[in-house]
Design a protein around this ligand. Structure first.
Ligand SMILES: Nc1ncnc2c1ncn2[C@@H]1O[C@H](COP(=O)(O)OP(=O)(O)OP(=O)(O)O)[C@@H](O)[C@H]1O
Ligand SMILES: [Mg+2]
Length: 384
């Protein structure tokens, strides 16, 4: 008997014959078992609930609740209990019935102590196997949980790594710019050249602006405060961006249009956050004309707001320079900019984060030299 099996030595014996109860108690206790007795099925079930023994030995034929009923109810209360049936000669029908109800074993009267002890031992082995399997499954479950946690942590580290890599790139650019401007300023001082001093100072101011923008972008990106979801008119953030950018559009000869959503249904969103997303798309669209081959080309930027199935959709379309294949691969994955001093590459990454927090998605189509279309879908929902 192994140590686990030794723990499973509590036995309940249910038999209406006092003689059998007395003899079996003495014999089994002298073999090291902890035996409790019941003289009928009813009492047996009460003791079972109280003491929760792993093994029950019950006579099949008893007045009142019979052995088969005791077996059924015990299996109902705790399916892992091993129930050994005591049968008389010729009780074949009852034996079959008890086996159908998952009795562990049966022994016939007159009881042979050797047979009974080997039936008990087999039952104990089965119990300890079940216990081992259960504890193995528990270990396995906690192992899987632990592994899951490690995978999540390493995914988080990869994201942090990418963020830091993107940041270092932006900071390196600014550091390079500052070095350049201080060189020009030094030359201006050394040579007493006012033009150099002016140029150096302009460069310095550009870098100061850039580092200010970078720190704001960083703050926005790292912001963990919860978004402020409210029921809003989906045209509102688009209209605000129109107002904000109209002046630049006129200055740069850009035809800037808003096609609002006609449907009046309100949408759960953080209006300010969505405003920032649309603004970044529009600024990118305006910037895309800085690199067009033909300066006389008609420049058009459209914001389209529409409802599509269960989503509110924002489309920002331009006929600017488009995006080449190399940049296309990194866009929305890395902090990437092609704007040198004038960009940080945080714009689309912050936008993506905000849209994901709205359970939405971003996609884009672009063709070099022809223009780009960015599409944001936000699911309509009645509450968050
Ligand atoms: N509509 C567009 N047309 C052409 N290129 C685009 C467009 N939108 C994005 N891009 C490309 O994607 C890059 C990343 O855009 P993103 O908005 O993330 O950063 P950014 O505009 O460079 O800097 P900022 O952090 O100031 O927004 C841009 O530098 C540009 O090369
Ligand atoms: Mg941008």
């Amino acid at each position: 008997m192994n140590s686990k099996a030794m723990e499973n030595n509590k036995i309940l014996l249910v038999d209406d014959e006092e003689g059998i109860r007395k003899v079996l108690k003495i014999t089994l206790e002298s073999s090291g078992y902890d035996v409790c007795l019941a003289s009928d099925g009813e009492t047996g079930l009460k003791i079972f609930i109280e003491k929760n023994p792993c093994i029950v030995i019950t006579d099949i034929k008893m007045p009142g609740i019979d052995g088969i009923e005791v077996l059924k109810r015990i299996k109902n209360l705790n399916p892992e209990t091993e129930v050994i049936m005591i049968t008389g000669h010729g009780d074949m029908n009852l034996v079959v019935k008890s086996l159908q109800h998952e009795a562990a074993d049966f022994i016939t009267k007159p009881i042979d102590i050797g047979d009974l002890e080997s039936a008990i031992k087999k039952a104990q082995e089965r119990i300890s196997i079940t216990q081992n399997i259960n504890s193995y499954m528990d270990d396995l479950e906690s192992l899987v949980k632990e592994k899951d946690k490690k995978i999540n942590e390493s995914e988080k580290l990869v994201t942090i790594g990418q963020t830091i890599a993107g940041m270092s790139h932006a900071i390196k650019n600014i550091a390079g710019g500052l070095k350049g401007s201080s060189f020009v300023l030094e030359q201006g001082i050394e040579l007493e050249n006012r033009e150099y001093l002016k140029q150096g100072w302009e460069m310095m101011k550009g870098n100061i602006n850039k580092i200010t923008k970078l720190s704001l972008d960083l703050l926005n990106y790292a912001k963990t405060t919860k978004l402020d979801f409210k029921l809003e008119n989906p045209n509102k953030p688009a209209r605000e961006v129109m107002q904000l950018m109209n002046h630049r559009a006129k200055e740069e000869n850009i035809i800037f249009k808003l096609l609002p959503c006609m449907e009046k249904r309100l949408v759960f969103m953080d209006c300010e956050a969505i405003h920032n997303c649309i603004l970044n798309f529009v600024v990118n669209a305006f910037d895309s004309f800085n690199k067009i081959a033909n300066p006389n080309q008609t420049k058009t930027v459209k914001i389209i707001v529409e409802r599509e199935n269960n989503n509110i959709v924002y489309k920002i379309q331009d006929n600017g320079c488009g995006i080449n294949d190399t940049i296309k691969k990194s866009i929305l994955k890395d902090f990437i900019t092609t704007k040198g001093m004038n960009g940080t590459g945080f714009g689309l990454m912050t936008t993506k984060k905000i849209i994901e927090e709205h359970d939405g998605e971003i996609s884009f189509k672009t063709e070099e030299g022809k223009g780009s279309l960015f599409v944001v879908k936000i699911p309509l929902r009645s509450k968050v």
